[in-house]
Design a protein around this ligand. Structure first.
Ligand SMILES: Nc1nc2c([nH]c(=O)n2[C@@H]2O[C@H](COP(=O)(O)OP(=O)(O)OP(=O)(O)O)[C@@H](O)[C@H]2O)c(=O)[nH]1
Length: 138
């Protein structure tokens, strides 16, 4: 059997002091209703940063600044394989959330991330976030 194609997915860890933004997947998709971090696949010839900036605008209505790559993970689900690129991001000025394409969104303290139901591909990242609460840096 041929190997599944690997989807490149840009994910933003949007930091606000000791809080981080999480979104909930719609109920009609892969991994329905799991909590995750905003992001998605690049379109056309978009680079990683442009894809992340577009996804944040589309999903939560935020204009973001993209910082350093914090973590990478390749993970194989039964139906697809993903290469996740987790970037640190922040909003340069305070902005209200405006939700589209997501079931819900909320800012949670780092200490409360353990209470949420994330996809299995995020487990290693969550360990890293617990060990080393990052601060935004470009
Ligand atoms: N944005 C985001 N995606 C994640 C995370 N963790 C994780 O496994 N993923 C996976 O990465 C993929 C992101 O794809 P996507 O959001 O662009 O696409 P989708 O599944 O909603 O729709 P699609 O059917 O068009 O692929 C999904 O398979 C999603 O489950 C995460 O923290 N954030």
């Amino acid at each position: 059997m041929s190997e599944p194609k690997t989807l490149r997915v840009m994910v933003g860890l949007c930091l606000d002091d000791d809080r981080i933004l999480i979104t909930r997947r719609p109920d009609d998709t892969h991994l329905a209703l799991k909590w995750e971090f905003p992001g998605g696949k690049p379109e056309g010839d978009e680079d990683n940063h442009a894809a992340l900036q577009r996804e944040f605008l589309e999903e939560v209505g935020l204009t973001i600044e993209v910082g350093r790559l914090f973590h990478e993970k390749v993970f194989t689900y039964p139906e697809r394989r993903v290469h996740l690129f987790f970037y640190l991001v922040r909003t340069p000025i305070p902005q209200a959330l405006s939700l589209r394409q997501v079931a819900d969104a909320k800012w949670v303290p780092f200490s409360a991330l353990v209470d949420e139901d994330f996809p299995p591909a995020n487990a290693e990242l969550l360990d890293c976030l617990r060990r080393d609460q990052p601060r935004f840096s470009a």
